[in-house]
Design a protein around this ligand. Structure first.
Ligand code: NDP
Length: 293
């Protein structure tokens, strides 16, 4: 078996490469069928997923059995300014991959996001709930999902939320830096969601690809909190002396409106390969223990 990972230099992509190479994640061994498989990872330089001709040629030549698309334009504020780029990468990219995969019969995993929902309510969103993105990032990711469903017959759409991993920029690293530099930090306390460790996402993606349980999967950490709660736990687990103060989204004055409620219910994982996503606090504690503070 051969696996192609696009966006292999990002947070999720890097950990996909690492876990496939080591054969295990923090949650346990990867499926036996994919131990020691050939893995090819590409960043945007090796394969720009928005280039339809290159994508078709590359996939025809490499002939992967599975393509995992971890590539995206993930800068939420940047997407509002560079709308065209957002749709090029987040919508046309997965479309190109879906068409190319279909031509050679490959399975396609496409990573989407909680931002496809409208962020209203207080009940975790399920896979079948109405999609109503409120930002260009969310809308471009929704269009990517739509294309994948339209052009691929062997797809897994995986939706994580509030992702942090060992590689790259994320909320955990930002809070650690700010907390070390400042005695007091202020964090938004009116947006709720599920912090998700990349290890957990990768573990479940790898469980899915050895099956034919095609479809849409929410894939987020168990339990919900606000960004303020999340920051408090980061500071506590890292044992940093810093006061974390709550504020509202209006006080924070972000350029793009973030969803007030974006908690996900991993219902489809539960009824297929099993939902082993860790509780967010437990996964965060392991992460903080594993990094140099
Ligand atoms: P990163 O921003 O860390 O990585 C993005 C990756 O995409 C990089 O490898 C980058 O390559 C690649 N990329 C960007 N543009 C292109 C392009 N045109 N062609 C090919 N590759 C490209 O993202 P994450 O790992 O955090 O996110 C992975 C997935 O998870 C994305 O689909 C994202 O939407 C989703 N997600 C992320 C969340 C988060 O909190 N981060 C939350 C929910 C979902 P290069 O370095 O070469 O530019």
């Amino acid at each position: 078996m051969k696996i192609l990972i696009t966006g292999a230099t990002g947070q999720v992509g890097t950990q996909l490469m690492n876990i496939l190479a080591s054969g295990k994640s923090e949650l346990g061994n990867i499926p036996r069928e994919i131990e020691n498989v050939e893995v090819i990872g590409t960043g945007s330089k090796e394969l720009d997923i928005s280039d339809n001709k290159k994508v078709i040629e590359f996939i025809r030549e490499v002939k992967p059995d599975v393509v995992i698309n971890a590539a995206a334009y993930t800068n939420v504020d940047g997407c509002e300014i560079n709308e065209e780029l957002a749709y090029k990468v987040n919508a046309l990219g997965p479309k190109n991959l879906a068409i190319a995969c279909e031509k050679i019969g490959a399975k396609l995993v496409h990573i989407s996001t909680d931002y496809v929902f409208n962020g209203v309510g207080n009940k975790p969103f399920r896979e079948y709930d109405h999609l109503d993105p409120q930002s260009i990032y969310g809308a471009s990711k929704k269009m990517g999902e739509d294309f994948v469903r339209e052009f691929s017959s062997k797809y897994f759409i995986v939706r994580p939320s509030w992702v942090y991993g060992y590689q790259g920029k994320n909320f955990v690293y930002t809070i650690l830096k700010l907390a070390k530099e400042n005695g007091v930090i202020t964090v938004v306390n009116d947006q709720r969601g599920n912090p998700t460790n990349v290890e957990d996402i990768v573990h479940h993606i790898l469980k899915l690809i050895v099956t034919e349980e095609y479809g849409i999967y929410n894939c987020s950490g168990q339990g919900e909190c606000t960004w303020y709660d999340f920051a408090c736990k980061i500071v506590e687990f890292a044992n940093i002396s810093c006061t974390v103060k709550p504020c509202t989204s209006d006080e924070y004055q972000s350029k793009v409106k973030r969803p007030a409620y974006s908690s996900l219910d991993n219902m489809m994982l539960k009824y297929t390969v099993g939902d082993e996503m860790r509780n967010w606090e437990e996964a965060l504690r392991v992460f903080i223990n594993n990094i140099k503070i």
